[in-house]
Design a protein around this ligand. Sequence first.
Ligand SMILES: [Zn+2]
Length: 110
Amino acid sequence: MPTPTSARRARRLIPLVAALVGSAVAAYWVRNLHTYRVPLTEALVPAAAIFACAYSAAREILAALCAETHRCRVSGCNFRVRLTRPDAVESRRWQEAAAAHPDHERYDRA
Ligand SMILES: [Zn+2]
């Protein structure tokens, strides 16, 4: 489990890493379009759209990986809380809430 300081550092790098992933994916597709002799000026619009999609996806995935998750410990209960930037007090409060929520049932993802 990452320490709070390392998790904070990792969260600061999320936009940069997501931008690198988005740029790499967009560059890959521009290169693919170039093999079909698509001019660079006409490849910029789809490249921008591909960059935006890849950036958003990478940012969401990385944020989910860096989030702090508290789960209910009752067997068969899928209740969980995901916090993106909690302080110690908030994290502890949600940890207690996840352990003592009123009904232990299966929570499907919406
Ligand atoms: Zn539960």
